[in-house]
Design a protein around this ligand. Structure first.
Ligand code: NAD
Length: 355
């Protein structure tokens, strides 16, 4: 395990993407948002992705230099095509379009299709909340095959389809709910694989449909299957992620014969809402703070561990890791160094970054 300061990690990752064919701004954006996921505590969506993004670039599955292309533009709706560009760039551009609609008309719906992996979806709810807007995001994944069993099934048919909501708070401690509809995000299985640790007992089936704790059982051919979070309820949300993000964007559901096969494509249906026109905003904000105080004052089940709000764990991680550095397991770091070396970046540069 190494600890690396976020700024040094960002520079190292940015250098890799610049060598691989991104321009400076794009390389910086991709690196910044990957490191931000590590800072938020979601290592599954952080720099562990670097080698896989490079593989996608080599295969032409993610294309550098692409920007959001607006396909349909009405008073409240934008249909946008990410053109298989980096999700870290495309996601930010798409949210800016939705925020602008909501600013003008109270609501902005963004139907984004064909973005390469959008990473940590909470990032996009945070962007909306920072601008003062509430948001809801339904996301599906196409092209990368299935990873999650439907409730009552035994093999993988769905993807990890994340669902995310955000509500802005005046002090910037926004309420952000952001989770995969599988019991574990796929990247967390990969992190466990890299760390050589077992999974919890009830999250994964092997390819015979039997429960397993071995992360590698997800990556066999045929694959194992993650289980949906919350049984039939999480499964139902996942189905709606495919219906809303797949059908209403035009990006398609996660079916085996997807034209995006071989890529890792996210489609995202986002609703951005301006809380101001909905009534007396200052009163609503006071009500929200009263409500938050009320729920968070519930006596803790575990002594010393007060009730948290969605978004609190990420804030805590961010504060701690910004100060002390991002922990990376040896395998992840080795893969990043190898990826840099394969692009002609001296290993010594990484050693300096990690020092
Ligand atoms: P998770 O299980 O860690 O849950 C995270 C959510 O739960 C956050 O909103 C967090 O604030 C909240 N939370 C956690 N502990 C809490 C507590 N004690 N009290 C109150 N709230 C708490 O998340 P996950 O399912 O592992 O997802 C990880 C990331 O993976 C997410 O950022 C998601 O967007 C991302 N993801 C992306 C894709 C994609 O295709 N781009 C697919 C799947 C997941």
């Amino acid at each position: 395990m190494i600890l690396i300061l976020p700024e040094k990690l960002r520079r190292a990752v940015s250098a890799i993407f610049a060598r691989a064919g991104c321009d400076e701004a794009e390389a910086d954006t991709v690196a910044r948002r990957l490191v931000e996921s590590n800072l938020a505590g979601h290592d599954s969506h952080g720099v562990v992705r670097v080698p896989r993004y490079l593989d996608l670039m080599k295969a032409g599955a993610v294309v550098p230099g692409r920007h959001v292309k607006v396909v349909i533009d009405t008073a409240s709706l934008v249909v946008a095509d990410g053109q298989c560009g980096f999700g870290q760039v495309i996601g930010g551009e798409a949210m800016a379009l939705g925020i602008e609609k909501a600013r003008r008309g109270g609501v902005g719906v963004v139907a984004l299709r064909n973005a390469s992996h959008l990473g940590r979806i909470g990032e996009w709810a945070e962007q909306c909340a920072e601008a003062g807007f509430a948001s809801v995001h339904f996301v599906n994944v196409v092209g990368a095959g299935a990873l999650v069993a439907p409730f009552g099934g035994t093999d993988a048919r769905l993807s990890t389809n994340p669902f995310t909501c955000g509500m802005p708070r005046a002090d910037g401690r926004h309420v952000i709910l952001d989770f995969a509809t599988s019991k574990l995000a796929e990247g967390k299985v990969r992190v466990a694989l890299n760390k050589g640790v077992e999974l919890p007992p009830d999250v994964l089936l092997d390819n015979k449909g039997d429960p397993t704790r071995r992360p590698k059982d997800l990556y066999t051919d045929p694959r194992g299957a993650l289980l949906p979070v919350g049984d039939h309820k999480g499964y139902g949300i996942s189905v709606f992620c495919d219906l809303l993000a797949g059908l209403l964007t035009g990006g398609g559901c996660n079916v085996p014969d997807s034209p995006m096969r071989g890529r890792v494509i996210n489609n995202m249906l986002t609703i951005v809402l301006d809380p101001a026109p909905c009534g007396d905003l200052p009163a609503a904000m006071r009500e929200m703070e009263n409500f938050i105080k009320w729920i968070c004052q519930s006596p803790p089940a575990a002594p010393g561990q007060p009730v948290m709000l969605p978004g609190d764990p990420e804030r805590r991680h961010r504060a701690e890791r910004s100060e002390n550095g991002v922990p990376l397991d040896d395998t992840t770091w080795k893969e990043i160094v190898e990826a840099g070396a394969s692009l002609g970046i001296a290993r010594a540069e990484f050693e300096q970054a990690a020092a």
